[in-house]
Design a binder for this molecule. Structure first.
Ligand code: ADP
Ligand code: MG
Length: 697
């Protein structure tokens, strides 16, 4: 339950005076539905006004504050002409200009023969002073109501800055006095004010410096947000670790057999990741580890061996993939090896139905099944393991913290917690990983399997399409495979599919039956069939929408062509490129673009040509796009921050991480005074989910 002290902040914006249904919709669109969202919505600019007694040319194009004598209204003669009001400042004339001005309103605001205080930008119109739409008009009695400094807010069409300010300023007097959750020494050291004061300050800039992200008020608020994030993650982590662990040991016999059955030996990077995982599994606590490795670094082999270790210990192991195709691919590579050493391996996806499903679930529950590969269909309630020991989540940024937990809950209570390994194909910069995974233990596979040649990456104008297409004939003669990825059309899958079909027809015209098509709207049977034909070489050119993005492994694939590459994000381009050059032959990647390119688009394509290092690409992506957009945050389960900026606040993030750890070490149940204040913080940032881990054992 949300603490009472926060109730007022979570009132909807339509509770504010003067904000009816129309305005509250607009405010909701710009900032969010509740009063708290208005407080988080910080200004991004500033109007600084100069108080003028007299007009002079140097003030043209500046924001000014003036007392005017209103002389004469000149209503517009037709719809297009503006409404004018002649005024005097001392000896100088100033014309006020209003488009679509309403006469009765303007006559009330600016009565002829009276003085008014106004503000706005001074303009020069053919040598005469003019002001279009003054932003404030006040009588002399209320002149102090026009501020010298005014924040400018990010808005939405139909919402004016003045309206937003009017709404926003109503909140200040009633901001609750929240208990302080930050440590006094930290507040002193950083020169931070209390929460309420920081909010007011952050909304009341008086200089450009106040917009700097390192401004104390903004830093304090960003820190609060990061602390809530880190505290929530730490609570989850501790609750998982608190559950009694289980030591999964083995004699190494099965591992040895699988290693022999593999067509390669592990790289030293894979070996050391596996060592870390196996020693974690053997320890009596619960494993909670992140296995990070670029596309093609060989995570799957490590995952397989970890699963085999669990089986050696007499337990079952599962790996969950984010898509059906990926799950099938894992199954296709793991199942033969498993069978070869006498293990029983099954596939559970949403398509498994009826009798077949009943049989598999029964075998799973009785323990006849050792290894399970699946999609999120594994979450279904009737999927029950006999004794799950290890859950691997091949995450690719698609599952959230809570889903990871849900899978680990499928273990036997009396045997302690399931060991959890999350695999992620990098591009998650370190800072972002910390906010999404908190302090999970991390193993990194930083080196690629031997024999990989650099991928020749080029950017070409789409005008070269015909020659690119014709050039493929040479590759086809050597049995190489080609991916042809069609433009990403975010607004419409139908358009995306249409583009792919068109390209398919075009290539088919050149290469006949060697060309195949795969897209998101196809039935999954057909998708699998097409993928198989591509793997077996029946199809050599695969025209695809972005469905192939994740994890598909075809060693013969050597060419990746991406149309409209300028529409893709860096992480996506990197993932796609990672699909080629996995076998012995050198790979190439052609980034076709449509001119003219914007600055960011140019920069992205340049980075792709310069490096194949996923971490570096991820950092650049973060720099170019900002964390919010990275990897398509909505579907990714990565946190979105309102106040913190991971680039400029990374210093704060590491303080928050240490702080969160220390707090829970000293006060595990958050029951001291500071602990109570921290609970308020969690609710303030709507991390209510984490609260339940406080009490559960
Ligand atoms: P990831 O899942 O990290 O993207 P994969 O596990 O799919 O990478 O491995 C990519 C390819 O490299 C696969 O074809 C796999 O068989 C191969 N591979 C993995 N480890 C090695 C190794 N040590 N030596 C040679 N090839 C390897
Ligand atoms: Mg893989």
């Amino acid at each position: 339950m949300r603490p009472e002290i926060l109730f007022s902040l979570f009132n909807p914006v339509n509770k504010l005076a003067g904000i009816g249904p129309r305005l509250s919709k607009l405010i909701e669109k710009a900032a969010g539905p509740n009063l708290i969202d208005l407080t988080w919505h910080l200004p991004t600019g500033l109007v600084t006004r100069e108080n003028l007694e007299m007009l002079s040319p140097e003030f043209v194009d500046r924001e000014v504050l003036l007392v005017v004598d209103v002389l004469k209204h000149i209503p517009s003669r037709n719809r297009r002409a503006p409404y004018r009001i002649n005024c005097l400042i001392g000896e100088e004339n100033l014309t006020l200009v209003f488009f679509n001005g309403r006469e009765d309103y303007l006559r009330r605001q600016l009565p002829e023969g009276e003085k008014r205080k106004i503000s706005g930008k001074l303009e020069d119109f053919n040598g005469a002073y003019q002001m279009t739409h003054p932003d404030h008009i006040a009588t002399l009695a209320e002149e102090s109501s026009i501020p010298l400094f005014e924040p400018v807010y990010p808005l939405t069409a139909g919402l004016t800055n003045q309206t937003f300010i009017k709404a926003n300023r109503q909140i200040f007097p009633s901001l609750p006095d929240l208990p302080e959750w930050n440590d006094q020494p930290l507040l002193l050291r950083e020169d931070w004010s209390e929460w309420k004061e920081s909010i007011v300050k952050a909304h009341s800039p008086t200089s450009e410096a106040d917009f700097d992200r390192t401004n104390p008020a903004r830093e304090r608020l960003a820190y609060d947000e990061l602390l809530a994030n880190q505290l929530a993650l730490e609570l989850v982590r501790r609750s998982m670790k608190r559950k009694p662990g289980r030591a999964l040991h083995g004699d190494g016999a099965l591992l040895k057999e699988v290693r022999k059955a593999l067509s390669f030996s592990l790289t030293s990077a894979q070996e050391s990741a596996l060592d870390e995982i196996i020693s974690d599994m053997g320890a009596p606590h619960r494993m909670l580890r992140l296995l990070q490795g670029d596309v093609g670094s060989g995570k799957t082999a490590v995952a397989l061996l970890a699963m085999i270790r669990a089986v050696e210990a007499g337990a079952q192991a599962t790996i969950m993939a984010p898509t059906e195709i990926l799950a099938r691919q894992h199954f296709a590579s793991i199942e033969p090896l498993a069978t070869q050493i006498g293990l029983n391996c099954v596939l559970i996806t949403g398509r498994l139905k009826g009798k077949k499903r009943d049989v598999i679930l029964a075998d799973l529950a009785s323990g006849t099944v050792n290894l399970v590969i699946g999609t999120h269909a594994l979450f279904q309630e009737d999927v029950a393991f006999y004794d799950l020991g290890l859950a691997i989540i091949d995450e690719q940024h698609r599952f959230g913290v809570h889903q990871r937990l849900a899978l680990s809950d499928k273990g036997r209570k009396e045997n302690g917690g399931v060991d959890v390994l999350v695999m992620t194909a990098t591009p998650i910069p370190r800072t972002l990983a910390l906010t999404a995974y908190g302090d999970m233990d991390v193993s990194i596979i930083a080196e690629k399997p031997p024999g990989r040649k650099p991928i020749d990456t080029r950017a070409l104008s789409i005008e070269r399409l015909d020659s690119v297409a014709e050039g493929l004939s040479r590759k086809l003669q050597t049995g190489e495979r080609i991916y042809w990825v069609c433009p990403l059309v975010e607004e419409s899958e139908v358009l995306e599919v249409a583009a792919a079909e068109e390209r398919f027809e075009y290539l088919k015209h050149l290469y006949g039956d060697q060309v195949g098509l795969i897209h998101g709207r196809m039935k999954s049977d057909l998708k699998d069939e097409t993928m198989h034909s591509f793997m077996s070489g029946e199809i050599k050119i695969l025209v695809a929408t972005t469905v192939i993005e994740v994890g598909v492994d075809v060693p013969e694939a050597t060419v990746m062509i991406i149309e409209h590459s300028e529409r893709f994000g860096l992480a996506q381009l990197h993932q796609l490129r990672g699909r080629v050059g996995r076998g012995g032959l050198p790979g190439s990647c052609l980034l076709l673009y449509v001119s003219p390119l914007g600055e960011t688009q140019k920069a992205r394509l340049a980075i792709m040509r310069e490096t194949e290092d996923g971490f570096q690409i991820a950092e650049e992506d973060l720099r170019l796009r900002g964390a919010g957009e990275l990897l398509g945050t909505r579907q990714s389960g990565l946190p979105v921050f309102r106040l913190a900026d991971l680039q400029s606040h990374s210093r704060l993030l590491s303080i928050a991480r240490d702080d969160a750890r220390l707090i829970l070490e000293k006060d595990e149940t958050l029951s001291t005074d500071r602990g109570q204040a921290l609970r308020v913080l969690l609710y303030l940032f709507e991390r209510d989910n984490a609260i339940k881990y406080l009490n559960s054992g």
